[in-house]
Design a protein around this ligand. Structure first.
Ligand SMILES: [Ca+2]
Length: 377
């Protein structure tokens, strides 16, 4: 995601004016089209204001929640509550379909003006969240002018008791990773970035540019591949998405430099080549499941195993930040290519599947339910 201002959250005043002009033009063009459609057809005009009747959707979320402050990660509880992080530091909750006005907790993250990828970046609920109420987050912090990242755990019922699970991940304005996932082994997987120091990706004594694996209390599992090291896999540049499939395999979206964004299957002890090689390379390093020659900035990824969106069943689904598209690839088909399956027109940051199998995407300013109207657009 380097150099394209993709996470450039702070808009300049002149671009605001341009956007207002554009919005005005789009409004009048849209109004004309709407009136034409109404005049020419008796069909119902599709509108996001028309609630979709989906009585099975126990999460009861609205189809779209707007005006958010750059959501970065999503996590559903078993009862359908949706927790999400905002880049600027707030952990928020959507309950009974409604966005709760006050954050659950706010993290003191650096508010960097200009292009940056720092902040409150990742979220995972404990595998036994209904019982232990534990929430894990990944966030950047500033210590004496230097940026670092850490993973913190707290009890949803007593927010003041925070436990640091892992600390000392070097920070930078860019390439700070941040996604968290619990594996089927109940270990916590942490995706870090190389903090714009590519050499760190190769060092097993650095947590940067890696997938880390820890117990839920932050200890190093006995069977980690590099002995008494949290490192699970190395040679990674910057990861914006991580998920396990139904077979327990781990997949990530990795952002290449100006090209070669990768979808990788991660196995313990493996080396993914950065910064020596990108893409399929010479065969010396782990080969990606797929490499995008032209950068799309892939982000949130899920394995879709529900029947609600039939065309996606059994596929890895991921979003991109550059064009706001959704992509799907079958991880079990050799040399499969991702297929663009829909578009949100806003940079996608995270994906999640609700307990009843509905797919949701976070964009840079909203959370959207992905239905058949979007898939195939
Ligand atoms: Ca690679």
């Amino acid at each position: 995601m380097t150099g394209k201002g993709k996470y450039n959250y702070y808009m300049s005043a002149s671009s605001t004016v341009c956007k207002l002009r554009a919005v005005t033009i789009i409004f009048f063009v849209g109004l004309t089209l709407l009136l034409t459609t109404l005049a020419c057809s008796s069909r119902t005009v599709p509108s996001e204001r028309v609630p979709r009747k989906d009585k099975k959707d126990k999460s009861r979320l609205a189809d779209e929640i707007k005006d958010l402050n750059f959501p970065t990660d999503l996590a559903f509880a078993d009862d359908g509550r949706l927790f999400f992080t905002e880049k600027t530091g707030a952990l928020r909750l959507i309950k009974d379909g409604r966005l709760q006005p006050d954050p659950i907790a706010t993290f003191n993250v650096p508010q960097i003006v200009g292009y940056n990828e720092t902040g409150l970046l990742g979220l995972a609920l404990s595998p036994e969240f209904e019982r232990d109420h534990l929430i894990y987050v990944y966030h950047t912090y500033n210590e004496e002018g230097r940026l670092f990242n850490r993973v913190v755990r707290f009890d949803y019922r007593s927010l003041e008791t925070k436990k640091t699970i892992f600390d000392g991940i070097l920070g930078s304005r860019i390439h700070v990773g941040g996604k968290l996932s619990f594996g089927p082994d109940n270990f916590l997987y942490i995706a870090t970035g190389e903090a714009n120091q590519p050499g760190l990706s190769r060092k097993t004594n650095s947590p940067n540019g890696k997938i880390l694996r820890l117990t839920r209390n932050g200890k190093i599992p006995k069977n980690n591949p590099f002995g008494q090291s949290p490192v699970f896999a190395l040679g990674l540049r910057n990861i914006f998405g991580m998920t396990f499939d139904s077979k327990g395999r781990l997949f990530v979206t990795e952002n290449g430099p100006e090209n070669d964004d990768e979808i990788n299957m991660i196995t313990g002890g493996s080396d993914y080549g950065w910064p020596i090689e990108t893409g399929a390379g010479s065969g010396r390093f782990e080969k990606p499941l797929f490499t995008f020659k032209d950068s799309i900035a892939p982000t949130g990824i899920v394995f879709y195993d529900s029947g609600a969106l039939k065309s996606l069943k059994g596929k890895l689904v991921f979003g991109d930040f550059n064009e706001g598209k959704l992509w799907a690839i079958d991880p079990d088909v050799a040399n499969a290519r991702p297929e663009a399956v829909g578009s949100l027109n806003l940079g996608v940051t995270a994906l999640a599947i609700s307990p009843n199998g509905s797919l949701y995407a976070a964009t840079e300013s909203s959370i959207v339910k992905i239905d058949e109207d979007i898939i195939g657009k």
